[in-house]
Design a protein around this ligand. Structure first.
Ligand SMILES: [Zn+2]
Length: 92
């Protein structure tokens, strides 16, 4: 019987706690805010559901600001939402 410990993470948007692999990591690294599906980039990271709604929720509830310790502008979020949509299309 499998009794493997699953790493859990909290979505910064809707605050749902889910297995890490069901969430998308977003990293605030050298290139700014980018999605990091493999979880390998350096930088401060947050997790969101693979849903653009949660990205925008994270702006409304200051989830990004709290987790990343800086303000994220709307343009950055729009770009991120686009990346997330592309990622979703490729993988589902
Ligand atoms: Zn969410």
């Amino acid at each position: 019987m499998m009794n493997k410990r699953i790493p859990m993470r909290t979505c910064v948007g809707c605050k749902a706690v889910k297995p890490q692999k069901e969430l998308i990591r977003i990293v605030d690294g050298a290139d700014g805010l980018v999605i990091d599906p493999e979880g390998k980039k350096n930088g401060r990271g947050v997790y969101v559901c693979p849903d653009t709604k949660c990205i925008y929720d994270a702006i409304k509830n200051n989830g990004f600001k709290r987790s990343l310790k800086r303000n994220i502008d709307k343009d950055t979020i729009d770009k991120l939402a686009e990346e997330l949509e592309e990622y979703g299309q490729e993988n589902g």
